[in-house]
Design a protein. Structure first.
Length: 469
């Protein structure tokens, strides 16, 4: 570990241990040089890293201070561990929230998508134009389920880069990840079946349960470590669970990534009870750091995991191209797709195969991750300045969401309506649960450029929250 990193870890540990209190002045650069014996440049680098991570703030002509107000959520919040829902009805409110984000006058903190300006639009259009010139009537038939052969081979090769053997024949190209997830759940359940989901959960899972007339066992998640596997085992022993839908990497809305050890234990536990895992893994490319996290699919030896992903969150949302590595369920999913949407757009499949063939994708992803990390840091620092004391921010090493806990007396749905009157959107916690445990939470999208308008909106949010306390 470099010397500046050692100092970063040391000061972070001191802040977590409350050696330095929020708002308290840290030793100056020169004082820290004398205390640590390190060079001025090393100390300055360490302080800059701590500031970029939101642990400290610099004040001109004054020095460095521990970031005040909002706290990092480092301990699990006590909630009811297991919640049952024989019916789920959440669609109407979700529709209203998502529609509000389409208004260009709205600051879209409640949006589910990253800033589209981060995507390589020109290169994608060149690929689309290129394949359009050579498109033939036969292409519509050739790209019916399971989808474009070249694109499926390229996806299989990307799995192989992580040491995961997936045959192109196991992959079905879909209309985005949502179709992959819905078809996967439909393939392994029947109406009236019990399924396990996370709590809080991606609202798409709640919508799918409502549409497919399933019953949900929602198991609370730790904000750092995800689902409690002991609670999952108890649920599997108690109810006739048929499937489990969860996000293994950069979970939406909380943001945690399951450790490889926990993914392995999860897959083994579900295999023991013969329960299929529908793995929603749309954010795995948006990790921060040097190593891409493995999906749970990497530990599947029984073709029991249906791994679903898409290009919508990391390359292009409008193409609506996703896929599922479905293993032995691939044939059933193809039949279900033919009976519903028929197939994914042939030109979009061909354009993505063309773009992936340029080998620009990984370069784009590296740049995308760098920008998202910078913007997330800026958003977090701003929220820590503006949100009132008692607000807690749960952050993660990846993605573009912050999961924010408000003081108990502040209802995030009411905050949503008040913020909307100021042309600011948030995603209240009631979108992510059929119960009321997360009524004082909201999800914050940090993927947009942080400018004066965003800063002003954060200040308004802080004022609205303070007025509700």
């Amino acid at each position: 570990m470099a010397k500046y990193q050692q100092l970063v870890h040391q000061i972070r540990a001191q802040i977590e241990a409350e050696v330095w209190q929020p708002g308290e002045r840290l030793p100056s650069l020169r004082e820290q040089v004398m205390l640590s014996g390190l060079s001025l440049m090393t100390v300055m680098h360490a302080y800059q890293v701590l500031e970029s991570q939101g642990w400290i703030l610099s004040r001109p002509q004054s020095g460095y201070y521990v970031a005040p107000r909002a706290e990092f959520l480092s301990q699990p919040v006590s909630h009811q561990k297991v919640q049952l829902a024989e019916t789920v009805d959440i669609n109407a409110f979700i529709f209203d929230v998502l529609q509000a984000c389409r208004d260009p006058s709205i600051i879209p903190f409640g949006s589910a998508f990253p800033d589209p300006e981060l995507f390589p639009q020109r290169q994608l259009m060149r690929s689309l134009n290129s394949v359009s010139r050579t498109l033939t009537p036969a292409d519509a038939i050739n790209n019916l389920p399971p989808g474009n052969e070249l694109l499926r081979k390229m996806l299989a090769q990307r799995y192989a880069q992580q040491g995961i053997t997936v045959s192109p024949d196991e992959i079905v190209i879909t209309n985005g990840a949502m179709e992959a997830l819905n078809l996967s759940m439909q393939a392994v359940t029947e109406p009236g079946d019990w399924v396990v989901i996370e709590n809080p959960s991606f609202y798409g899972a709640l919508q799918a349960i409502e549409r497919l007339k399933l019953k949900a066992v929602a198991i609370a998640t730790d904000p750092q470590h995800g689902m409690d596997l002991d609670e999952l085992r108890s649920a599997l022993a108690r109810w006739p669970i048929k499937a489990c839908w969860l996000m293994s990497n950069q979970q939406n809305p909380v943001g945690f990534t399951l450790s490889s050890e926990k993914k392995q234990q999860l897959v083994a536990l579900l295999a023991e009870y013969k329960v299929a895992l529908v793995e929603d893994d749309v954010y795995s490319e948006l990790y921060f750091g040097g190593e891409k996290p493995l999906p749970a699919k990497a530990f599947d030896h029984n073709s029991n995991v249906l791994h679903c992903s898409s290009f919508s969150k990391n390359l292009v949302a409008g193409f609506r191209v996703g896929w599922v590595a479905a293993g032995r369920h691939a044939q059933r999913i193809q039949r279900l797709q033919l009976m519903s949407t028929l197939s994914t757009s042939a030109p979009m499949q061909l354009a993505l195969a063309n773009y992936l063939g340029t080998r620009s994708y990984d370069s784009h992803l590296r740049k995308l991750r760098q920008v998202l990390e910078q913007r997330k840091n800026l958003a977090r620092q701003s929220l820590k300045r503006h949100l009132p004391y008692g607000t807690r921010i749960n952050d993660s090493r990846g993605g573009y969401f912050l999961w924010i806990e408000l003081p108990k007396q502040v209802n995030a749905t009411e905050l949503y309506y008040r913020a909307l009157s100021h042309h600011i959107s948030i995603a209240p916690g009631s979108m992510f649960s059929s119960g009321q445990q997360y009524a004082n939470y909201f999800r914050f999208n940090a993927a947009w450029p942080w400018d004066d308008a965003q800063e002003a909106a954060a200040a308004i949010l802080g004022g609205l929250i303070a007025a509700m306390m």
